[in-house]
Design a protein around this ligand. Sequence first.
Ligand SMILES: C[S@@+](CC[C@H](N)C(=O)[O-])C[C@H]1O[C@@H](n2cnc3c(N)ncnc32)[C@H](O)[C@@H]1O
Length: 334
Amino acid sequence: MTTPKVTTVRLQRMARAYRQSGALMAAVELGLFTAVANGARDRNAVAERLGVTELNADRIVTYCLGAGLLEQIDGALKNAPDVERFLVQDKTAYAGDWMLFTKPDWNEWGVLAEHLKNTDDPVVLGAYAEWTVDDARKYHSATYAIGMGAGSRFVKLVDLSARNKIIDIGGGSGAYCINAAKAHPHIKAVVLDLPPVVEVAREFIAANGVSAQVEAQACDFTRDPFPDGADVAIMASNQSLYGGDFIREVLRKAFAALEPGGEMHFIGHLLNAERTGPAETATWALDQAIKHGTGHAHSVADIRRYFEDAGFSEIWDGDFLPNMLEWVRAVKPA
Ligand SMILES: C[S@@+](CC[C@H](N)C(=O)[O-])C[C@H]1O[C@@H](n2cnc3c(N)ncnc32)[C@H](O)[C@@H]1O
């Protein structure tokens, strides 16, 4: 048996992966995929619609063809299926804002080594502590773009027909509760988040016409009590902002707040039990080094243990969105 030859190929690709990010984000910002969806069939038409030179249209189109974002069929440009669904403006599933969500951190990732050398004590919640309503609106116009898809997936995967009240801890835009309310007109839901976020959540709730079912309440989940009477608790995509002690405490409080027989769903980027991956999860913890926060990467095994310590039973884990989001759920004994 021959040993595979060791080369620099994957290292080179990784070292320059920022170019891929730059190209994808530029294509979104320029509206390339929207132009193709609306009939720009070749590089010249792209140049005209985007207001860029033919030379630069050729550069970005050629990259997108090479990266599989665009296809060329009988000489005509076409968006790849995921691009057509998620990166064409004015389509319901448009997620361009989410693709640009982390771009403000771009320069800081360029000096990550400096951030990792920082030995000052990190602060709980790092950069988010000073948020204004405008910051929250910008942030959550991006999380809403992707969260509505996750919320819709949640209500398809979880039978909520016999449930009455949901609390969504750190619920952000309210996407999970909005979807649950639309699917189940009898359900009431409370989005719990920091004061500036709650104002923005109310805007999304109203825009979706579910204000009679869904409310947003200011609640710092590290300090404040949770409303009682809920039989479903959700915590999604905020674990990497915190260390284990905080998450353990939140799960304890959720257990206390839930009705007997109630269920809790924990969804997010989580590590495997050996803490050897996935790398995507680890990048959210590296991001905390940039924000100078205390957050780090939790494993599925950590979350299972926190559930167990809090008193939950029927603990289960699996994929929520394969290759992206893990899911741990559990039940408060009746
Ligand atoms: C990445 S967003 C996720 C939002 C939502 N769960 C979703 O999946 O779309 C993280 C949310 O956690 C909220 N958050 C962070 N720390 C919090 C705290 N101590 N109390 C309440 N909310 C908090 C943030 O304000 C933000 O809205």
